[in-house]
Design a protein around this ligand. Structure first.
Ligand code: ARG
Length: 396
């Protein structure tokens, strides 16, 4: 028997494949978190007199060994397990005997998966936020290195006012710092302990101590009432995906500028050969694919948010198996964002501006001239504006 709910009747292989879907692969990243939550749960059962000291020790040692072996790649979740929770309980029981069968008292995979996800997302939010901060810092270094180089500032893609590499890079740096901070707002939704809500309606007849697992797992409060827990699934996910979208959008807009500046017509900047790719037919080409794919991947992040929102919309209350489908878009957007954040600092360190190619239209100072007339002559701005416009037009 491999499924936790297996009572001996055979399961159609096609049903297993369809219902487990990608879960066994997706849950790989939750194994350590699920084991940690299971240890906290077992300790609480022991304190409540529901699990003996010997069984607790066997469960604790077994789960710690399984976590360590999993981290070393010695085992993986199998399709026959259905999901990571089952894989852990099955292996625990194989290792420590009947004590393994005592760990699931007073919980369900429904509160288990939420607990593991929240513990995982707590770490992931920090990693993503630190990754965004590192990109912002790399932009600030670019601003220090090449900041004094003049750039046209564009509106409507027309030269508008004088700008500089410092202003251009500094703007993106500030927004990306802000995105990094916004990501941390998701912690608010990750701060409630789902454990003990079990399938969604608590544990009638059992003295489960939800406050004890809250403290052990570092949650700020118990998620109450139990019926709120399953209603909340997908909300931290969607909020995280939303903030990832804003971040990916900033990175995509930055990439769009780089792609424009890298064209032969602009030639404002150079990228090293190691950061561009070649063409199979045109020997002269050096393509800025990294930046095209940064821009393109913001579409992936957007689709993931749409998918997560759609999975939850219109669901009735209580656990529904649909909720399992949140993990794929969640993990996909996280991975795509992390890969993007990882490549950018190196790409930014390698970027060089080519001031010899950057030409500012002399008329780009027109607004400044009008401003100076107002300051020196005290005339209304509109009059100064017209005077400068007439000067620019010239006689005739
Ligand atoms: N893999 C499931 C999910 O992510 C775990 C919970 C399954 N619960 C159940 N009753 N089948 O939602």
């Amino acid at each position: 028997m491999s499924r936790l709910w297996d009572k001996g009747a055979p399961l159609d292989e096609r049903v297993l494949r369809y219902t487990a879907g990608e879960d066994f692969a997706l849950d790989e990243r939750l194994v350590a978190y699920d084991a940690r939550a299971s240890i906290a749960h077992a300790e609480m059962l022991n304190t409540q007199g529901l699990l003996s000291d010997t069984d607790l020790e066997a469960i604790r040692a077994g789960l710690m060994a399984l976590t360590e072996e999993h981290a070393r790649g010695l085992w993986r979740i199998e399709l026959a397990d259905e999901d990571g929770h089952t894989a852990l309980e099955r292996r625990l029981t194989e290792r420590v005997g009947p004590a393994g069968g005592r760990v699931h008292l007073g919980r369900s995979r429904n509160d288990q998966v939420l607990t593991a996800l929240r513990l995982y997302l707590r770490d992931e939010v920090e990693r993503l936020s630190a990754g965004a901060t590192a990109v912002a810092e790399a932009l600030e270094q670019l601003a220090v290195r090449e900041g004094s180089i003049a750039l046209p500032g564009y509106t409507h893609m027309q030269q508008a006012m004088p700008s500089s590499v410092a202003l251009w890079a500094g703007g993106f740096a500030a927004e990306i710092h802000d995105d990094a901070e916004a990501l941390r707002h998701v912690h608010r939704r990750l701060a409630k302990n789902p454990l003990g809500s079990a399938a969604g309606y608590g544990t009638p007849g059992l003295p489960i101590d939800r406050e004890a697992t809250r403290v052990k797992l570092g949650f700020a409060q118990v998620h109450d009432p139990v019926t709120a827990v399953q209603l909340s699934r997908g909300k931290a996910e969607s909020e995280l995906l939303f903030h990832l979208n804003l971040l990916m959008q900033d990175l995509g807009r930055f990439a769009a500028d780089v792609l424009l500046f890298y064209t032969q017509e602009f030639a404002f900047l150079a990228l090293p050969e190691s950061f561009t790719t070649g063409s199979s037919i045109m020997p002269q080409k050096r393509n800025p694919d990294v930046f095209e794919l940064i821009r393109g991947r913001s579409a992936t992040a957007q689709a993931c948010l749409a998918e997560a929102l759609a999975v939850c919309a219109k669901l009735p209350s209580g656990y529904q198996r649909d909720l399992q489908l949140l993990k794929f878009p969640l993990f996909r957007a996280i991975d795509v964002t992390r890969e993007t954040l990882d490549i950018l600092p190196a790409a930014l360190a390698a970027m060089r501006f080519r001031p010899e190619h950057i030409r500012l239209d002399p008329a780009i100072h027109a607004a400044e001239q009008a401003n100076r007339l107002v300051v020196s002559e005290g005339i209304p701005f509109r009059e100064a504006y017209r005077r400068v416009a007439a000067q620019l037009k010239g006689p005739g």
